[in-house]
Design a protein around this ligand. Structure first.
Ligand code: FAD
Length: 703
């Protein structure tokens, strides 16, 4: 045993040893029958075993019988179960959703009766919020709780109550106040499902299971001590639960889907569908990085607010895209249900269609996010992790704004000596801020090619800040190559041929505008085509070179992030000012949803880039950097399109800055691997190894 309150890393190591030692004994938990009802007892037995062996009490307060820690400790356990091939938790998903509210709002007797039995899987929960006439508008619910005989008499009708058929207890909302009080008139209660006056009628779902049910209350009685929180505090309880549902749940889902992606990649036709499989991987890793950030907010005891709505939409989209990919890889068997394997994929595919409805519909999440953006007048930013990072970011942005060109800003900050080597926290903050800022003020910068070229420059004995990198070794009849980051001080260009051989050339006739989408980023540089100028062959360490390419891709992803933020900020400002039909167009839901869709992409991209940089510094960020670039290329182009839609025709003109950012995003997507090519690259690697990279652990890497 590792004792109470272990570090996340210690818990992870110890739990993995336990799983290894019990592999044979636990094999029975990994074989799940097709029938859902037969699965429940197996899942309960697994939960009981984990409790009795001491593992399912981590992440819960010692005061209530837990072994200390936070939601992050629970995330470690869940992650390792999935990585070791255990089945999805299904009805135990409620463990991360309801017990936190029980701990926070429950009275001592309820906690002492129900808390540990819940962690042991002896008490099984369902959540009674929705009603026939109250779905998205939960505050309209009608189930009544009327004070009677020292308790409450409950009458009403809940619907879409997941797992009710197998539950022992229900946590539900009822109206203790008047209808006019809306959400202020609600209270939360717990009740045993076998209480007199409670009846459960299962509803068969489109995928053939009985997960959903109606729950009828007909004069059922609950004691006052079964109320969670004070009378009228039901909405606070509900919001606490929904934040958990939209936050910690996201982590559960990515863990489950990464395991399923590994399985799908073993299908015979996986290699023909690398585009969609690579996209699935990038979405799931972005979700993983983003949901860790939200769990960290929850672990600090704070409420994530609209942040959890962002996670919820990311889960919905990742899950639905993943099962779309499965449908393509397993066509036509998944649709036709040929064979047992296809039937189970079909059931999961059908369930994924409901992901955009349960837990608060996708549209409602978009409304929540947009409301904040429109009221703040810009895209909400993730806070810098500490004061030092915040200072570095500020000085980089300031220097970029005040300098005549980016080279002047780079040199003024002595960037070459640390920014290009982001191994420590300071270097990381500078690196991230530099490239993000660079994307937000699109001008030529030699920084991008220096990231790739640093090790080459060292070998060639030239200054990294005088070097440019040719893109795809393209060369026209006049010997011109297209190079990235060229300005008047660039003296050398490195050309890499199709075989990966590199040569260093003097830049010859200086730089000329290119006909590429963003000539601010890519310029033509002349190199004598007759070979009259010296071409110095370069040999570099292959591993170091791969790492440098990964870091360059990450720099591109940060630039796309910067350009995207600039576009979204401008779009929010424009839609708050521009009036049509007598009001600012930001009031129209269609416009709000364009804004929030982009905010969701930005939040995920930002989490992915930051996690990649952190992993890169600890020596293992290559897969995540490539993932960041692929993700950035895909979402950046969508963000640019949505912004244009907000600007209307004015955004399509030359004098409007939209096209500068949009071009930059497209160009950055095209160089050092398009998102299409990177999806293929990532999926091929996954098919080859059979293992999806996780990129990050729940704990942050040490360096
Ligand atoms: C598989 C599954 C499991 C579920 N489990 C539970 C559970 O355990 N407990 C529980 O209490 N509930 C559960 N639900 C219910 C779920 O929370 C509701 O279905 C959901 O909140 C939507 O409510 P509704 O079905 O009444 O649809 P409605 O609210 O009628 O919505 C219909 C459509 O209108 C859209 N819409 C509504 N209002 C707006 C608006 N203001 N702006 C834009 N669009 C809007 C919605 O997005 C949706 O597309 C579950 C549902 C499913 C499908």
């Amino acid at each position: 045993m590792i004792g109470k309150n272990p570090s996340l890393e210690t818990l992870g190591e110890a739990f993995q040893i336990y799983l290894d030692e019990h592999r044979d004994e636990h094999a029975r938990f990994k074989r799940m029958p097709a029938d859902f009802g037969e699965r429940v007892p197996i899942l309960c037995e697994l939960q009981r075993t984990l409790f009795d062996d001491g593992w399912s009490r981590y992440g819960w307060s010692e005061e209530n019988g837990g072994f200390g820690g936070t939601v992050l400790h629970r995330a470690v356990i869940c992650d390792l179960l999935e990585r070791n091939g255990y089945p999805p938790r299904q009805n135990f998903e409620h463990l991360d959703i309801l017990p936190p509210a029980l701990e926070k709002f429950g009275r001592p007797k309820v906690i002492s009766d129900l808390f540990l039995p819940t962690l042991r899987g002896d008490v099984l929960w369902c959540q009674g919020f929705s009603e026939p006439t109250a779905g998205s508008d939960l505050a309209a619910l009608r189930t009544r709780a009327v004070r009677q005989d020292g308790g409450y008499r409950i009458d009403g009708h809940k619907i879409w109550t997941s797992w009710a058929k197998w539950s022992t207890h229900c946590l539900f909302l009822a109206r203790t106040g008047s209808v006019e009080e809306r959400h202020r008139g609600l209270s939360a209660f717990v009740i045993a499902i076998d209480s007199p006056g409670v009846e459960v009628n299962a509803i068969r779902q489109s995928n053939g299971t009985d997960e959903l049910a109606e729950v009828f209350f007909d004069g059922a009685m609950v004691d006052e001590e079964n109320r969670l929180g004070e009378e009228g505090e039901g909405w606070a309880v509900a919001m606490h639960i929904l934040a958990g549902e939209r936050g910690a749940y996201a982590w559960l889902r990515q863990a489950e889907l990464l395991q399923k992606l590994e399985l799908l990649c073993q299908a015979p036709r996986a290699a023909e569908n690398t585009g969609v499989l690579g996209e699935s991987l990038t979405r799931l890793l972005a979700l993983r990085c983003r949901s860790r950030e939200v769990m960290e907010i929850l672990a600090r005891g704070e409420q994530p607010g609209p942040e959890s709505s962002v996670s919820k939409v990311l889960v919905i989209d990742a899950e639905q895209q993943f099962y779309d990919a499965a449908r393509q890889v397993l066509a036509p068997d998944l649709d036709l249900g040929f064979g047992e394997n296809a039937q189970s994929w079909q059931a999961s595919y059908l369930y994924s269609r409901a992901a955009s409805i349960y837990g608060g519909s996708r549209e409602i999440q978009l409304n929540v996010i947009a409301k904040l953006m429109v009221s703040q007048g810009k895209s909400p930013r993730t806070e810098a992790r500490d004061e030092d990072s915040a200072t570095v970011r500020e000085s980089v942005f300031d220097a970029l704004q005040k300098s005549a060109n980016t080279r002047e800003a780079l040199e003024g900050l002595d960037w070459w000596s640390y920014g290009v080597e982001p191994d420590d926290a300071f270097g990381r903050a500078a690196f991230a801020a530099w490239f993000e800022g660079q994307g937000a003020v699109p001008t030529i910068s030699p920084a991008l090619s220096a990231v790739r070229g640093t090790s080459w420059a060292k070998f060639a004995g030239v200054e990294a800040n005088q070097l440019a990198v040719a893109v795809d070794a393209r060369r026209d009849r006049d010997g011109r190559v297209l190079a990235v980051g060229v300005d008047e001080k660039t003296r050398w260009v490195v050309v890499e041929d199709e075989k990966g051989q590199r040569t260093l050339h003097p830049t010859g006739g200086g730089a000329a505008d290119s006909d590429a989408l963003d000539s601010q980023l890519l310029r033509w540089v002349s190199i004598a085509s007759d070979g009259s100028t010296a071409a110095i062959p370069l040999e570099v360490d292959a591993r170091e070179d791969r790492r440098r390419l990964a870091l360059t891709r990450l720099a591109c992803a940060y630039e796309i992030l910067g350009a995207s933020l600039a576009l979204v900020d401008r779009a929010v400002a424009h839609t708050n000012e521009r009036e049509q039909f007598g009001q600012p167009i930001a009031r129209f839901q269609a416009i709000q949803h364009l804004l929030s869709e982009s905010q969701i992409d930005i939040a995920a991209l930002s989490a992915l880039c930051d996690a990649s940089l952190e992993e890169w510094s600890s020596g293992d960020g290559e897969a995540l950097s490539t993932t960041s670039k692929a993700f950035a290329g895909r979402v950046g182009r969508n963000i640019a399109q949505r912004a244009l839609q907000c600007f209307g025709a004015i955004g399509f003109t030359d004098e409007h800055p939209h096209h500068l950012y949009s071009r930059r995003i497209h160009t950055l997507d095209a160089i050092f691997g398009t998102h299409y090519a990177l999806h293929d690259e990532l999926a091929n690697e996954l098919i080859r190894t059979g293992k999806a990279p996780r990129g990050i652990e729940v704990w942050r890497s040490a360096s």
